[in-house]
Design a protein around this ligand. Structure first.
Ligand code: NAD
Length: 356
């Protein structure tokens, strides 16, 4: 089968890591009889330099016509002086909204070979960790009505947290579907003891749960969830939450794994199209030096195969390749520890391809 991918390499280490991910996809395609075609488009700083705008219309058009979007990273100090609406990061928000991507999936997986990087005690973390945080991405307080003014106590400002039933229902369904493919356990995080909006969230999640009798559902207030992630992270399988709580908790969960160069992400919408990218930024300090860890991007490709293309076996093959290369002791600089074999971006990419 042929799958059309829009490719946005972006800035900094973006081209370094995306090149490795594409090589790996081609090997997967050869082995399993699929073909992936790539159309490269500009976004971020390179797009500003070439066209004056971080997200040219052509990029949006190509992405919309594709089955999935592969993104490296955007941004860098040379564009930091630009006004907010012209900065490279505008491209990310613009793409999410143009493609209707409302669900952000961030797995936090800790490989036992990298346990030394985990900031949590061994007796708590045991033999590893595998949590999926599903964050609502296009609603809630980041998109609600906001304003500022001056009153009798001086200046004031406000942001509004609003979710409609429909918005909660679609992200809840998404999370239940994902939980069904994982450990069939879902934790919904809200602040229903204080926020009216969270009470609606909980009510809708409970309604949706009736369609998923196999999934064990529980609810946590966000403050408790933040604590539980540190004192007993292994209780979690899949977590679903709103935009702001998810922003914070997904960073917390991923940092438990200790290594930013290992963490993939997916953003999904109504159909099968998704955008797949590492969670890290463009790492300008190591760009073009063959030092970047390509694994976060490579694992994002596994997510693309699983969630956009329904190729579970192929996704697992990529994840297994990562495990094998780590087990064989190969490390890029960011995950290096005593006794490891230090390799660069390209060599790590080659070793991963060899495992497919
Ligand atoms: P960063 O994630 O780019 O880098 C933080 C640190 O982690 C750096 O020391 C970097 O060298 C290291 N690092 C990151 N990814 C790595 C990898 N794959 N392999 C090895 N080391 C890696 O964050 P930052 O320095 O705060 O931001 C740099 C630029 O990236 C900024 O312009 C920022 O706005 C942008 N950014 C973009 C995205 C995105 O495109 N999604 C996300 C975050 C930051």
């Amino acid at each position: 089968m042929d799958f059309k991918c829009a490719v946005i390499k972006g800035d900094g280490i973006g081209p370094d890591i995306v090149d490795q991910a594409i090589k790996l996809l081609d090997i997967v395609g050869e082995k399993y009889g699929h073909s992936f075609s790539y159309e490269e488009v500009l976004a971020g700083g390179v797009a500003i330099d070439a066209t004056g705008h971080p997200l040219p219309q052509e990029t949006i058009d190509v992405c919309k016509k594709s089955d999935a979007v592969i993104l490296g990273a955007v941004g860098g100090p040379q564009w930091d002086h630009l006004p907010g609406n012209l900065r490279p990061e505008v491209a990310l928000l613009g793409l999410r909204s143009a493609l209707g991507l409302y669900a952000n999936l961030r797995p936090a997986v800790m490989y036992k070979e990298l346990q030394a990087a985990c900031p949590i005690k061994d007796e708590i973390i045991g033999q590893g960790l595998d949590i999926m945080v599903v964050r609502e991405l296009t609603g809630g307080i980041y998109f609600g009505e906001r304003g500022q003014g001056t009153g009798e106590n001086g200046a004031y400002s406000y942001d509004t947290m609003m979710y409609s039933e429909k918005e909660v229902e679609r992200i809840a369904r998404n999370a239940f579907d994902i939980a069904m493919k994982r450990g069939k356990k879902l934790t919904s995080v809200d602040k229903a003891n204080v926020l009216e909006n969270s009470r609606l969230w909980r009510k809708v999640v409970l309604e949706v749960a009736k369609d998923y009798p196999e999934v064990e559902l529980n609810h946590l207030y966000v403050d408790n969830a933040a604590m539980q992630l540190v004192i007993n992270p292994k209780q979690f399988d899949t977590i679903v939450t709103g935009n702001m709580f998810g922003d914070i908790l997904s960073d917390e969960a991923s940092m438990i794994t200790g290594s930013i160069g290992m963490l993939p992400s997916a953003s999904l919408g109504e159909g099968k199209i998704g955008m797949y990218e590492p969670i890290h930024g463009s790492a300008p300090d190591i760009a073009g030096q063959d030092k970047a860890n390509p694994i976060a991007t490579v694992l994002s490709m596994a997510m693309m195969l699983r969630y956009s293309f329904d190729l579970e076996e192929e996704a697992k093959a990529i994840e297994k390749a990562v495990e094998n290369v780590l087990a064989a002791g190969y490390r890029t600089g960011d995950i290096m520890s005593p006794g490891g074999k230090l390799v660069g971006t390209k060599e790590m990419g080659r070793l991963l391809c060899e495992q497919i």
